[in-house]
Design a protein around this ligand. Sequence first.
Ligand SMILES: Nc1nc2c(ncn2[C@@H]2O[C@H](COP(=O)(O)OP(=O)(O)O)[C@@H](O)[C@H]2O)c(=O)[nH]1
Ligand SMILES: [Mg+2]
Length: 365
Amino acid sequence: MDIEQRIKELEEEIKRTQYNKATEKHILRLKARIAYLKKELEEKKKKQKAQRAKGIKKSGDAMVSLIGPPSVGKSMLFNILTNAKSTVADYAFTTLEIHPGILKHKGAEIQLLDMPGLIEGASYGKGNGKEILSVARNSDLIMLVLDVYTVDYLEVILNELHNFGIRVNEKEPNISIKKKDRGGINVASTVPLSMDIESIKAIVREFGFVNADVLIKEDLNAERLMDFLSGNRTYVPAILVVNKIDLADEEFLREIKGKLHSWSPVFISAKYRTNLEKLKDEIFKASGLMRIYLKPQSGKIDYDAPLILKKGSTVEDVCKSLHRDFVRKFRYAMVWGKSVKFPGQHVGLEHKLMDEDIVRLVIRR
Ligand SMILES: Nc1nc2c(ncn2[C@@H]2O[C@H](COP(=O)(O)OP(=O)(O)O)[C@@H](O)[C@H]2O)c(=O)[nH]1
Ligand SMILES: [Mg+2]
């Protein structure tokens, strides 16, 4: 029997089974089996044809994809924020290709990608959905764009991303698993777990493990455990933008804000350029970038030309991005800013920097 059919059968079995305390474990096991089969299926398909988005090269300090339904104003926004041009029109599906453009902000060059609208069924390939979703998966940030009329469409978009294996604003599950030769499945944890150990073991077994040590470092649910075991999930940060606020009155806007409050969206009007500076700041922040100002031995700091690095970068990363000999010849660095206890503190290569820190490298000659 082929895998797809087996998945269907299992899904039907779940539907047939009444959910109660007695069947709970059985259902969980069926779900794990389905997740495992889906993983097998994906791997098989991947071998058949590599679904890579063609022609999109990462450039700049970060890559951000604009994801949203058709006609919400993605292209108009993209045209205002970047140096590139994309077609804007009154009818749906004006953007048939993927357009890259550069947004310059706070000294960073952020590559934005204007994309066709994402529609229901995209994760199954509808409307070039797989191509769009592969690009989204490879970006540093997903910018979800809606307008005031399509707020309820957020669920659809999130569902398509989820189906495609993209997890937004979620951390990677903090688990490790080691195969071994004997001893069965062993589960240890560093925190109290809500799931019971037997269920965890059953799921791990469904994914083909016979002997393994599982170390769990967060209180996870069954879904996150299966995500981890499936191994092909991508964890991407996302922000939400609601466009066309010029078309909503105060009451309508308040209703929308209520619905979306857990997202803290940025409300904008591309047409009237409302709130775009705030949006740029949010994009910068959520792209995981930071600015480091270099203090030369003599002369002034150039605040217009920060070094742009990924958040969490160290003094060593600064050295590497400046000159390949700097790590070898490094003596110490002096740092002013949020990452140190007092101004001008001496630190080593492993010191983690923070946004807007000032760094002076002291290098052996
Ligand atoms: N009123 C208003 N219309 C907008 C705004 N942004 C875009 N539009 C209009 O919405 C339509 C669709 O825009 P487009 O950028 O092509 O949407 P896309 O399909 O998401 O790329 C066009 O007619 C735009 O002029 C806005 O902020 N306010
Ligand atoms: Mg468009």
